[in-house]
Unconditional design. Sequence first.
Length: 485
Amino acid sequence: MGVAVAYRLFMDPDFAVGKAWFDGVALNKDAAVAEVVMRNMFRKRKKMLDKSLVDASPTLVEMYGYDFAKMMTATFERITLSDVDNICYACCHYDLKPLTQSQQSKLHLEYGSGDFDLKISRKAMKTYMPSVTPVIREGYGHCGYMAAHPKEYVEEMERWMNAPSADESRAAHRGSAGTPGQTSVQYKIVKALFSVLGVNKMLDKKGENFDKLLAKYSKLQKKPLKVPFEKMRPEFDVETKLIDGTTCYVVRVSGTKPQRAVLYLFGGGYILPPDPGDIILCGQIARNCDAEVWFPLYPMAPDHKLVETVQNTLKVYQEILKGFSAEQVRFFGTSSGGGLALSLCMYIKHEKMDTPYPDKLVLQSPGLQVPPSESQKAEMEKRTKVDVMIPPGFFDEIAPVLATGDEAYLLSPILFDMTGFPPIDIFYGTREVMIAYLKDMKAACAKCHVPLHIHIGRGMMHCWGAMEFVPEAQAVRQEYFEALR
C-alpha cells in the first residue's frame, strides 16, 4: 500500500520528487486476477484476526519477525473490509505512463525473487521504465529482505538517496533540485492516501448499495467515542453531561472560567460519527479562544431525521445559555456540522422561538442546499476529478433520508430567509465540490443583509482543517481561532 501512495506522488506534476525507492510494487494497469486473489486472502485473514485477538499474527511473525508483525497486526485491526477492498484495488491498478529519463534516474525498484509482484511487473518495467534495473533479492519473498536485514537495508537506501542524481547535478548552480509545490509534503501524502483508499467511492452509492452503506454507519454510530482523556489532562477539564438524552462533552482549560462558549458541531454527512481528533480540536479552541467548548454527540441518520438532530442540538444550546449570554456564544461546524449550525438558526426562526441566535457562525465546508440545484451540480461536476472525498451524487441520496415534506427546508439554508442571522465566517477549499455553493451563498447573504466573511484554501480539499499534523490545517486553525474570538 505504501508504494500505491508513493507512486501516485511520484507521478504528480505538482510534487517535486528527488528520488523514490519502491519495494514490491505490482506495476500493472489492471491486475484483476491478482486483485481478486489478494482481496479474498486479506478479507479472510481480517476476519480470522478479528476473532483471534492476538498481538501479532503468527503468519506475519514467521514472515517478518515479531516487531514487524506486531506493528502490521495493529494496523490490520484498524481497517475495515471496505478498506481492504479499496487498498487491494489501488495496489493492483496503476496509471502507467512512459517515464522520462529524468524520472527513471530517480527510481529504485526491488523485489524478492519469490515475490509474485515481480512476475506481474516485468512487462511494465520493459515498456514504461526500460532504463530502471530492479534489484532482485534471491531467496526472499515480498518485502522479505527489508524485514530480515533492516540495518543493511536502511544503510543501502541511505547511500543511494545521498548520491547525487543527474537532475541534482544540473540544478546545483541554481541551489535547488527543483521547484517545490505550493502545498506541503504532508498534505500531498494525505491527499494521495485518500485517493488510494477511494474515500469518495465509498460514499458514491445508490439504491440498495446506499442502504447498505447507511446500515454500516448506523452500526459504527453505536460504538462509544474514544475520548482522549489522558492526552487532554491535565491541561484541560473534560466534563461529560447528559442533556435530555444527548451526551455532551464540555472542554475548558483547567482552572479557568472562560468568557465565551463555543458549540462545536462535528461533520460526517449526518451518518459518520466523530473521532478523537474532534476532541483535540475542542481543546485547541478552548486554549486559543478563552472558551468553554460544548461537543454534543447529536443523533444521526438513518435512525434519526434531521429535525430530531436539530431539536436535540437546540436543547444543548439552551443549556449553554443558562451560563452564557447569546453574545458570548459562537457556533462552530464542519461539513454537515456547518449545515447543522445554520439549520439550528433556521429552526429557531421557523418555529418563532424566543431563543436568541448566537453571536457568530464559523463554518468549515458546510452543505448549504441539499439536494443541490442544477447549476450547483454542474459546478460540482467540474471538480469531481480533484475532490478525493465527496461525490456529488451523495447529496441526492442522503436528502430524503434526512428530511422530506415540511421539514425539507432544514436542508437548504440558501433558500431560506436568513434575515437577522448572525455574521458568518465560511471556509472552502478550491478542490472540493461543495465550494459550488459559495456563489449562491454570497447572493443569499447579501439579499438578507447577513455579514459574510469568506476564507478560501487554495488547492485544499474538503475540511482540510481536520488534518491536525498537516501545516495547512495548522494554518487554517489559526483562522478558526481568530474568527471564534
